[in-house]
Ligand binder design. Structure first.
Ligand code: PHE
Length: 490
């Protein structure tokens, strides 16, 4: 098993330098090893560091040429060795069914056969040389075999011809952690019915302990309630967020997040095995989203890649509540426009290593205001108002990047206990590439922000490790020093 292999190896060795190599050598599945590392890291058994390798892979078009030869060579071979052939005839010979298409062998072949000075263009086409070498095919085969190419060839295949693309491989280097042991103890977190019954019975035998255990939850739901009250006082309506399972479309594509974005990797996002794809999406809107990714529009140049429907169909555990916001804005765009203020507070999921400030499952708070002519000044004003109602009036903003907002700002608040500025959220103005395909009027601006419920709770209660608040590692001593409170029912 992967977990035993990792812990066993670290018993005799100082470090696993590369989780990918380790998986190959031990005949293990790398994704499984990565999950094990994340789990072991969460419990302090190992320390790990991210490593990343960029490699080139063939696009679908590249794969085709690697197998069948490049279109310019097909074009050249279709021109007779002696004399000439008319363009129309070449067209019929090479691309009888798709000669109109921009990507037909005839079109692409003619561009590069002429550029390479293999043939003389014009109405009648004739050869200029008698032998040609299929350089493109050979380079593509070399890449398929994992060979390294020079900068110039890579650049040509990638940027000029779009026959290859970069793929980022992610893994870890691993060392023993503070709680290292060659074997992991089994915890009561193994939630079989039997185990659960046993632990509940033992907790009931010690009711004071039970109250103690629930204290952090109550503290945490207090903050949740405070947020709700604040939003309501500020005139915000709650958005429905009852679907933890979301399609990649609403979680990413609708938000102008390109399909190659690293967040869409299974190392960062939990994808569903069953049902693995969504049943339906609004087709006309999907088409506009595809267009804006591929070639832009609305004043944008887009990302210039082949947008794939299969990628958008994939189901996942939503990584942010902005997925719910995109659904709401789309629904809003279907009706005559009225300004709106929306909020949500609910659970989101990220497949990431757990540490003192991160959990794989947490709650996000999101607010958005949608009106004609809003500006960045409105966003800063709303944030200041919002956080000062929580007693956090020391705020700072830092320019940031999100695929769906421009400009974007990270929000920092001063943590007295830690004596430093800590990041508490992220914000921005939704991009026209997101809003206009939905059908919102052109002068409508949407300012929005998102934050985790856990962060401000930590700041307000001066807790410096998120696991003191949520999860199995709650420190009973810390709880005992605080007054017992009842569980808030929400
Ligand atoms: N979705 C962002 C996150 O998960 C937060 C955010 C929401 C940013 C709205 C900008 C606007 O961090």
């Amino acid at each position: 098993m992967a977990e035993e292999a990792v812990l066993g190896y670290l018993l005799d060795n100082e470090e696993i330098t590369d989780s990918g190599q380790f998986s190959d050598e031990h005949n293990l599945n790398h994704d499984e090893v990565v999950n094990v590392i994340k789990r072991l890291h969460a419990f302090g058994y190992v320390d790990c560091q991210n490593i990343k390798r960029v490699s080139s892979v063939l696009t679908d078009e590249g794969k085709k040429y690697a197998a069948e030869g490049s279109p310019e060579v097909h074009y050249f071979l279709a021109v007779p060795a002696e004399g000439s052939i008319s363009k129309e005839e070449l067209q019929k010979k090479l691309s009888p069914s798709d000669w109109k298409s921009k990507t037909s062998v005839f079109r692409i072949g003619s561009i590069y056969a002429i550029k390479n000075k293999w043939v003389e263009g014009g109405k009648q086409v004739s050869r200029k040389v008698q032998h040609v070498e299929d350089k493109v095919k050979n380079l593509l085969l070399q890449i398929q075999e994992g060979m390294e190419l020079d900068e110039e060839s890579l650049n040509y295949l990638k940027n000029t011809r779009r026959l290859i693309e970069e793929k980022v491989w992610k893994g870890y280097s691993i060392k023993k952690g503070p709680n290292y042991a060659p074997k992991r103890m089994s915890f009561a977190t193994d939630l079989s019915r039997e185990n659960l019954q046993k632990s509940i019975t033992s907790m009931l035998n010690d009711s004071l302990l039970m109250l103690d255990i629930f204290t952090p939850f109550s503290r945490y739901s207090n903050v949740r309630k405070q947020f709700k009250d604040i939003f309501r006082q500020m005139g915000f309506e709650e958005m429905p967020t009852n679907n933890f399972v979301e399609s990649s479309f609403w979680n990413f594509d609708a938000l102008f997040q390109p399909q190659q974005h690293p967040a869409r990797d299974s190392h960062d996002t939990f994808f569903l095995k069953a049902p693995s794809t969504t049943r339906e999406l609004p087709e006309d809107y999907v088409e506009r989203v595809k267009q804006v990714h591929e070639s832009g529009g609305y004043g944008s140049r887009g990302y210039n890649y082949d947008w794939k429907r299969e990628e958008a169909n994939k189901n996942l555990l939503r990584t942010h509540t902005t997925a719910a916001s995109s659904r709401m804005l789309y629904a809003l765009a279907k009706k005559p426009f009225t300004p709106k203020k929306y909020f949500s507070i609910d659970r989101v999921f990220r497949n990431e290593a757990v540490d003192r400030t991160h959990l794989a499952e947490f709650h996000q708070i999101e607010g958005l205001v949608c009106d004609r002519g809003l500006t960045l000044g409105d966003l800063i004003g709303v944030l200041q108002d919002f956080f000062s109602r929580l007693g956090m009036s020391k705020l700072r903003f830092k320019p940031a990047y999100n695929p769906y907002t421009e400009p974007s700002m990270e929000i920092f608040s001063y943590h007295e206990g830690l004596g430093k500025w800590v990041e508490i959220g992220n914000s921005g103005m939704f991009r026209p590439e997101m809003l206009l395909p939905m059908g919102l009027p052109e002068d409508v601006r949407v300012i929005a922000w998102g934050l985790s419920l856990e962060r401000p709770t930590m700041i307000l209660y001066e807790i410096d490790n998120i696991r003191d608040l949520f999860g199995h590692k709650v420190d009973l001593g810390l709880i005992k020093r605080n007054p017992i409170c009842r569980i808030g029912i929400e």
